[in-house]
Design a binder for this molecule. Structure first.
Ligand SMILES: Cc1ncc(C[n+]2csc(CCOP(=O)(O)OP(=O)(O)O)c2C)c(N)n1
Length: 389
């Protein structure tokens, strides 16, 4: 990844100082400047239509997350894990990938399904877990997935998706398929054995994958500084012989540029790349968490100034592609889209009881068929599944 310059050093430094000497796994690849202009020496020249699309997707996700948290507080959905403050990383990644690529996510990347073409109403039905849900409501809440868009369900046990991602990439290599696999993790996942197994295997077998670490500074209540004594997470790739870099994960142009190059390397048979995306979880870990118990509002306020949506908005205004009126109109349109999608699926009944037995066996064994028949002879299920999952 030597072509990606490393503009700054130190844990959270974001100035443009001392550009060239710092190795990419200690530096910070960044494109968007604070005033909305771009650094011409690092600009990946993302096509204008894609930059506009990125803004639309990031803004929609910001609104969608806020709406889903509201629904959870009203008892209409069971649980939700938001991506607020981290939108640039999954969206910039999704826009850099191709149709036959695969995504093995953690908790905060499900928007990639939408960017890859999964319909919003079906996505929201997965959050309700009702009969509009193609997964038949069996997954853990906030574990959306979509076979049509090569987006695999998160396993929930931290880090387990990483050996799966690397294994899928190895399979693609053996089968001479063209797809690249992207595996995501949080900073906390780098302390799991699965991370080390996966990245070691990826390096040894030079599999076509990109491993993305969203360093959002917290693993629930454990700060990144208690997660590792390494100066960066990216540097961990050195031990495994995997080219690694640290990028500004709140800069969608940087994410797009870095992932495009890493995916191209993988496609060219040059093996894996490990990318640490420096970002921040603005909201709670999930609707079951109260972050005021373990971090200060000052810290959150500091990161709000580096908010990825605001930074991209400044860039679009700087380029003359957006103004207040257009931005407000877009917000109205996106809110209406979300409200309509919720209205379309919320009143659907729960999945039919017999679906519980689908998709498990090719040919249903007799004892399972017996249990299904007994269930169907029993009393009717309540008309609505209620709020709790
Ligand atoms: C193996 C395992 N240990 C603990 C947990 C409980 N847990 C759920 S999320 C989480 C923190 C994850 O932090 P990180 O990997 O940084 O991702 P983030 O949630 O910040 O995106 C933990 C410890 C779990 N799900 N699995």
């Amino acid at each position: 990844m030597s072509e990606l310059r490393a503009p700054t050093g130190g844990r959270d430094a974001q100035s443009d100082a001392s550009k060239s000497e710092i190795p990419p796994d200690l530096g910070l690849y960044r494109v968007l400047r604070d005033d909305g202009s771009v650094d011409p020496t690092t600009d990946p020249l993302m096509p204008e239509a894609l930059v506009m699309r990125a803004y639309r997707e990031m803004k929609r996700l910001r609104l969608l997350d806020a709406r889903m948290i509201l629904l959870q507080r009203q008892g209409r959905v069971g649980f939700y894990g938001a991506c607020t403050g981290q939108e640039a990383t999954p969206i910039g990644t999704a826009l850099a990938l191709q149709k036959d690529d695969w995504v093995f996510p953690g908790l905060r990347e499900s928007v990639m399904m939408l960017v890859r073409g999964f319909p919003l109403s079906k996505y929201i039905a997965q959050i309700f877990g009702n009969s509009g849900d193609v997964l038949k409501g069996r997954q853990m809440p906030s574990h959306m997935s979509g076979r049509d868009v090569n987006y695999v369900s998160w396993g929930s046990c931290i880090g387990t998706q990483l050996p799966h991602a690397v294994g899928a990439a190895w399979a693609a290599k053996l089968q001479k398929k063209s797809g690249v696999v992207v595996g995501f993790m949080g900073d906390g996942a780098t302390s799991e054995p699965d991370f080390h197994n996966a990245i070691n295997f990826a390096g040894v077998f030079r599999v076509p994958c990109v491993l993305m670490c969203q360093n959002n500074h917290w693993a629930i209540s454990v700060p990144a500084a208690r997660q590792t004594a390494s100066p960066t997470f990216a540097i961990k790739g050195r031990a495994y012989g995997v080219p690694s870099l640290r990028i500004d994960g709140n800069d969608v142009l940087a994410v797009y540029g870095a992932v495009s190059k890493a995916a191209a390397r993988a496609r060219d048979g040059l093996g894996p790349t490990f990318i640490e995306c420096l970002t921040y979880r603005i909201g709670a870990h999930s609707t079951s968490d109260d972050p005021t118990r373990y971090r200060s509002q000052d810290e959150v306020d500091g990161w709000m100034k580096k908010d990825p949506v605001g930074r991209l908005r400044r860039h679009l205004v700087h380029r003359g592609l957006l103004d207040d009126a257009r931005d407000q109109a877009l917000e109205k349109e996106l809110n209406a889209e979300i409200v309509a999608a919720v209205a379309e699926v919320e009143s659907l009944p729960p999945p039919a009881r017999e679906t519980l037995f689908d998709d498990v066996y090719g040919a249903m064994p007799w004892h399972i068929a017996e249990q299904r028949d007994e269930l169907l002879r029993g009393p009717e299920a309540p008309a609505h599944g209620g709020a709790g999952h």
